[in-house]
Design a protein around this ligand. Structure first.
Ligand code: IMP
Length: 493
């Protein structure tokens, strides 16, 4: 049996990789999800945070989300970067983000109530776009076709590109709200009023949106301390030696251009965009870190080649989210152990969702479930030159041993004639339930090492770590790999 270093915390500084900048300057790494979101990026950032000075968001807004259990209690973060619980880390929200000021102020207040102040630690670009009441109303009314999260993100980015509608400015930014508060609030109110008048005054959200507008001045007061008017703020930090970790929201396959239109989010999720939405020159880029999960999921509609149960699963999850069927309802209706033994992949997918807790963090929607798609990962790794990959939820593969698969099914690529590749499904041979359980003790047996080698050859990138359980300590670092950072102490609260 070979042992590996097992630590919940790795510094990012690797002697080999600082190619782009002078020794006195810092660098930036970009961490992105490689699938359809919800790969457990926050958990990896939590483990890596000790090695970075700044953790920065560059895209998306309150459509992202992760729940963090801390010694001080549980908190759901949507817009603040994941490094919030690492007191040494400065946090930056870049101009590429769509900011929901109400929800952000609420996150800040929740933290304050837990005794965590972000004063002096949080900087928000003055050019971050503001989500406005009419964006939320439009998304709730029209986002169903795509299955959006209803946070107004799409309409917000659309208005940023539109700039002016009916002679009225519609792209308001945080700097506007804090610098020209009365004008900004009046404009938002006017656009929303026009919208509801055009609808004959029947919008079900009139009262809620009016309350949002009324509370905006108070919210602005909360956010004022964090406004960063200097567009060169992050660049200056890096010039002075700061090490930056960009945290991607959503994931590469949901990119507005690169993903499968129209079933995508409305921002750029690919790693290159970190340097546009994160307000830094790409000259400082050092490494691209990918995060994937072994039991895959997707929320909302759109292609999902390895989905267990295919179209039936997609339809079921769509109907379930419309009728507000979530974890509680599924638990009342189904026995996951029984479903797992069914020879219908749809049932196996339902069982895996229940057994591995795959429900939307913000929405509670049941997520569509799929087998690990290595063929797809290979394409993503290649397209974005991903340097190393963390694979989460590997322990969850153990459930397959209680299914009719009797092993781990995965979508792989196979070389056929003249080097062409074709996707194919195989039951991975050699892995046992016992091998997966051993990882939880910080050791991997030969079978697990064989699995790691197989995955690496398939995807064309080294695995830097395996998530073998929900706890921080169950993240196993594959330290033998040149790109995997070594273990270090954590500064976590
Ligand atoms: P929007 O980002 O709310 O406009 O939603 C567009 C699509 O992206 C929908 O299919 C959403 O379910 C999906 N999406 C948005 N944010 C996330 C996320 O954080 N995780 C997974 N899917 C997401």
């Amino acid at each position: 049996m070979t042992s590996v270093t097992c630590s919940a915390s790795f510094p990012a500084s690797s002697p080999a990789a600082d190619l782009a900048s002078s020794p006195a300057e810092g660098f930036a790494d970009v961490l992105v999800g490689l699938q359809y979101g919800d790969e457990g990026k926050a958990k990896i950032i939590d483990a890596l945070a000790a090695g970075y000075d700044v953790i920065a968001r560059f895209n998306g807004g309150a459509n992202a989300g992760h729940t963090i259990d801390t010694p001080l209690g549980r908190i759901a973060l949507k817009q603040l970067p994941s490094g919030v619980f690492h007191p040494h880390a400065t946090l930056y929200i870049g101009s590429g983000c769509a900011l929901n000021p109400w929800k952000l102020a609420d996150e800040i207040e929740q933290l304050r109530a837990m005794g965590i102040s972000l004063d002096g630690r949080l900087h928000i670009s003055a050019r971050a776009a503001l989500v406005q009441p009419h964006h939320i109303a439009l998304d709730r009314r029209g986002g169903g076709t795509i299955g959006t999260t209803g946070n107004g993100i799409g309409p917000c980015y659309a208005d940023r590109a539109l700039r002016v509608r009916n002679d009225a400015r519609v792209n308001w930014m945080l700097g506007d709200l804090l610098g020209r508060e009365a004008d900004t609030v009046a404009s938002m109110r006017e656009v929303f009023t026009r919208m509801i008048n055009a609808e004959g005054g029947t919008s079900p959200w009139i009262a809620e949106m009016s309350d949002l507008l009324l509370s905006l001045p108070k919210v602005a007061d909360t956010l004022r301390a964090y406004l960063e008017p200097d567009r060169g703020w992050l660049a200056d930090r890096v010039k002075q030696g700061a090490r930056v970790l960009f945290e991607g929201a959503q994931s590469v396959l949901l990119d507005v251009v690169d993903g499968s239109q129209p079933y995508v989010t409305s921002s750029h999720t690919v790693p290159a965009y970190a340097y546009v939405g994160g307000d830094l020159s790409p000259k400082y880029h050092r490494r691209t870190i990918g995060v994937a999960k072994a039991v895959m999921s997707r929320v909302g509609r759109g292609p999902f080649p390895s989905e267990l149960g295919g179209e039936r699963s997609a339809q079921y999850c769509d109907d379930a989210s419309l009728s507000h069927v979530g974890m509680t309802e599924e638990q009342a209706r189904f026995s996951p152990d029984q479903l797992l033994r069914s020879d219908d992949p749809f049932d196996v997918g339902t069982a895996l969702r229940m057994l591995t807790g795959e429900y939307g963090t913000g929405t509670g929607r049941p997520r569509r479930i799929g087998m690990l798609d290595l063929a797809q990962l290979r394409e993503v790794v290649k397209a974005h030159a991903v340097d190393c990959v963390y694979l989460n939820k590997v322990d969850c593969l153990a459930h397959y041993f209680h299914s009719t698969y009797q092993g781990v099914p995965m979508r792989v690529h196979r070389e056929v004639m003249s080097g062409d590749v074709m996707p194919d499904v195989l039951i991975y041979p050699g892995l046992t339930e016992r091998s997966l359980a051993l990882g939880g003790e910080g050791t991997l047996d030969a079978a697990m090492h064989g699995f790691v080698d197989f995955v690496e050859r398939q995807i064309g990138a080294p695995l830097a770590g395996l998530g073998l359980g929900p706890e921080r300590a169950s993240l196993v670092s594959l330290a033998a790999h040149p790109l995997a950072p070594a273990a270090a102490a954590s500064n976590h609260v």
